[in-house]
Ligand binder design. Structure first.
Ligand code: ATP
Ligand code: MG
Length: 550
C-alpha cells in the first residue's frame, strides 16, 4: 500500500495495518468537539489528523458535537465550530450531535441494568468521591450497590421522569471498586441535571456522562479509529467495557496522541473563555487569541495552519511547541502570494525642496520582487512624502545608513534624496525634513553613478491613505502561570499597540482579509472587524524575519 500523503506516524501505521489485514474495509474517523467554546490551534491538530487520515485512505470523517453537558453548551459555539472546520478546508461526511443519540444511550444503560452491570446510587457526589479510594487504596462499595435489577429499572425510569432533584441520584456502572484503574471503580454514567439543552430543549433531565457517551457515539456512527488526546489513555479500559457490555454491533478502537501545547499562550476553552469574559481581549476572535477565528482575523491562512500541523506531527509524548514555528509557515505561504507595498507606521514629513510644486509623477513598482507573475503597479511621487520617523537621526551612531544631515539614501522605487535641513517643534522633536532629490537616480533608469548604503520606504503625502496598524506581541509573557489559576496575571501589557500611519493610495480598494507585505515591516491582514469604507485597519500577522529556524 502506498504511504505518501501525510507524514508517517504511529496512528497512520495502525490504519495501514488494519486495512491490509482486512480488520476494517474503510476507516471512519471523527472530530468530536464539545460546543462550549471556540476552537483553538490545538483542535486544528486533531482536525487535520482525523480528516487527512480519512482523505488519504478514502475513508469518512464525521463532525460530531459532543453535547452531553447542557449547562455549558450553546448554538453560537456550534456555528463557529462548523465555520472553522470548513475554513480550514475540510468537508465532513456526517454532521451529528451526541444529543441525537440520547434515547439510544438511555436504552443501552437499561441493557446494563438488566445485566446487573449498573445501579442507581443514592450517595451524594461528595460521598462518591470520598469512597472512590486512591492509587494505593481500593474504593468502598456503595450501600446501593446490591439493589435488585427491578428496583434499579424503576429508579432509573423515575430519574428520567423528573422525580429527583439535581444530584439526588446517579446511575453507576457496576465494575470493580478494587480495580487498580480508578476509572473502573463504578464510574457514574448518568446524572440528573434540570437544564435546558441547546438541541433537545427540556426533553431530558438526565444526561449521560462523557466517558459513557463517547464510546457509544463512536460505535453508533461506525467509527473505526477514535483518536483522542493522551489524558484519555486511562479511560480506554472503560471505553472498551462500554462497547462490549452495551453489546454495540460496531467496535471502535481508541488511540491516544499528544496534545499540542504552544509557548506564550493558553490553550483550553475554559481559559480562553475567561479571557473573553474578563474582557482581557476583544472577543473570541481577538487576533492575539490562539483560536482559529483569532488566527483567521490576524491573517493566518488555512494552508499555513495545515502545514504547521503536518510539521509538528503526531507523537505519543507531550511537548510544547515554540509559537514562532507557526510564524515560519505563514511567511512561507505569503512570500510569493502577498503584494509587497509600502506603509509608514510612524510618519515624518519630508519636503523635497528641488521638486517642482504641484507636480506629481507615477513610478513603476513591481508587486513582488520574488514573483514576477504578480506584475507591477504605479505609485505616485510628489514634493512632499512621509517616511518612517526612525529612518532619520540628527546625531546618528556609527553604521547608521539611513537619513541624517548631509547623508543620501535611496527611496524604494523612486530617487536618491539627500537631507540638508530639518525643523523642530517647541519640544525639540524633529517634525519636518528638507531634502533634495537627484532626477538622474530614478529607479529603473539604469543609473550607475554613486552608490548609497540605505534604502528606505515612503508614501506620497498628497495622495497617501490614512491607515491604522495594530501591532501584536504574545498574549502571555511566559508559561509559568499556564497551569495555575493565575495566568491572567501573566498577561503581556504590550500585547497590542495601535498606531496611525499611511499607506499607498492604490490600497484604497483593499478588502477585509486581503494580505500584504509592507516593505521592511512584515505581513499584514486587513482587519474584518474595524475596517470601514472610511478607514483601513491592518493587523500585523508576523514580522519579516525571525530568529527561529526549523
Ligand atoms: P479544551 O480543554 O480546550 O476545552 P477539550 O479537549 O476539552 O479541549 P473538546 O471539544 O473535547 O476540547 O476537543 C475536541 C477534540 O480536540 C478532542 O478529540 C480533543 O482530544 C482534541 N483536542 C483538544 N485540545 C487539543 C490540543 N491541544 N491538541 C490536540 N488535540 C486537542
Ligand atoms: Mg472539554
Amino acid at each position: 500500500m502506498e504511504t505518501k500523503g501525510i507524514p508517517s506516524n504511529f496512528i497512520k501505521n495502525i490504519v495501514i495495518e488494519d486495512l491490509e489485514s482486512g480488520k476494517v474495509s474503510q476507516i471512519v474517523t471523527r472530530f468530536p468537539p464539545e460546543p462550549n467554546g471556540y476552537l483553538h490551534i490545538g483542535h486544528a491538530k486533531s482536525i487535520c489528523l482525523n480528516f487527512e487520515l480519512a482523505d488519504e485512505f478514502k475513508g469518512l470523517t464525521n463532525l460530531r458535537f459532543d453535547d452531553t453537558n447542557p449547562v455549558k453548551e450553546d448554538t453560537e459555539y456550534v456555528e463557529s465550530i462548523k465555520a472553522d472546520v470548513a475554513w480550514l478546508g475540510f468537508e465532513w461526511d456526517g454532521l451529528f450531535f451526541a444529543s441525537d443519540y440520547f434515547e439510544e444511550m438511555y436504552n443501552r444503560a437499561v441493557v446494563l441494568i438488566k445485566k446487573g452491570l449498573a445501579y442507581v446510587d443514592d450517595q451524594t457526589a461528595e460521598q462518591i468521591r470520598e469512597t472512590r479510594g486512591t492509587l494505593t487504596e481500593p474504593g468502598k462499595e456503595s450501600p446501593s450497590r446490591s439493589r435488585s435489577v427491578e428496583e434499579n429499572l424503576d429508579l432509573f425510569a423515575r430519574m428520567r421522569a423528573g422525580e429527583f432533584k439535581d444530584g439526588e441520584r446517579v446511575l453507576r456502572a457496576k465494575i470493580d471498586m478494587g480495580s487498580p484503574n480508578i476509572n473502573m471503580r463504578d464510574p457514574v454514567i448518568y446524572r440528573v441535571v434540570h437544564a435546558h439543552h441547546h438541541n433537545t430543549g427540556d426533553t431530558w433531565c438526565i444526561y449521560p456522562m462523557y466517558a459513557f457517551a463517547h464510546p457509544l457515539e463512536d460505535a453508533i456512527e461506525g467509527v473505526t479509529h477514535s483518536i483522542c488526546t493522551l489524558e484519555f489513555e486511562d479511560q480506554r479500559p472503560f471505553y472498551d467495557w462500554v462497547i462490549r457490555e452495551c453489546e454495540m454491533p460496531n467496535v471502535p478502537r481508541q488511540y491516544e496522541f499528544a496534545r499540542l501545547n504552544l509557548t506564550n499562550t493558553v490553550m483550553s476553552k475554559r481559559k480562553l473563555k475567561l479571557l473573553v469574559d474578563e474582557q482581557a481581549v476583544d472577543g473570541w476572535d481577538d487576533p492575539r487569541m490562539p483560536t482559529i477565528s483569532g488566527l483567521r482575523r490576524r491573517g493566518y491562512t488555512p494552508e499555513a495552519i495545515r502545514a504547521f500541523a503536518r510539521e509538528i506531527g503526531v507523537a505519543k509524548s507531550n511537548s510544547t511547541v515554540d509559537a514562532r514555528m507557526l510564524d515560519h509557515f505563514i511567511r512561507e505561504d505569503l512570500k510569493l502570494k502577498a503584494l509587497r507595498t509600502m506603509g509608514v507606521l510612524n510618519p515624518l514629513k519630508v519636503v523635497i525642496t528641488n521638486y517642482p510644486e504641484g507636480q506629481t509623477e507615477l513610478l513603476e513598482a513591481e508587486n513582488n520582487s520574488e514573483n514576477p507573475e504578480m506584475g507591477s503597479r504605479q505609485i505616485s511621487f510628489s514634493r512632499e512624502i512621509y517616511i518612517e520617523r526612525d529612518d532619520f537621526m540628527e546625531n546618528p551612531p556609527n553604521k547608521y545608513f539611513r537619513l541624517f544631515p548631509g547623508n543620501e539614501v535611496r527611496l524604494k522605487h523612486a530617487y536618491f534624496i539627500k537631507c540638508h535641513d530639518f525643523i523642530k517643534d517647541a519640544e525639540g522633536n524633529v517634525v519636518e525634513l528638507h531634502c533634495t532629490y537627484d532626477p538622474e537616480t530614478k529607479s529603473g533608469s539604469g543609473f550607475t553613478g554613486r552608490k548609497v548604503k540605505g534604502t528606505i520606504h515612503w508614501v506620497d503625502a498628497s495622495s497617501a491613505v490614512p491607515a491604522e496598524f495594530r501591532l501584536y506581541e504574545p498574549l502571555i509573557l511566559d508559561n509559568e502561570g499556564e497551569d495555575g489559576a493565575s495566568f491572567l496575571e501573566n498577561l503581556n501589557p504590550n500585547s497590542l499597540e495601535i498606531v496611525q500611519g499611511f499607506v499607498e493610495d492604490n490600497m484604497k480598494t483593499a478588502q477585509p482579509h486581503d494580505k500584504f507585505q509592507f516593505f521592511r515591516h512584515g505581513y499584514f491582514n486587513v482587519d474584518p472587524k474595524y475596517t470601514t469604507p472610511e478607514k483601513l485597519v491592518f493587523n500585523l500577522i508576523v514580522s519579516l524575519k525571525s530568529s527561529f529556524e526549523i
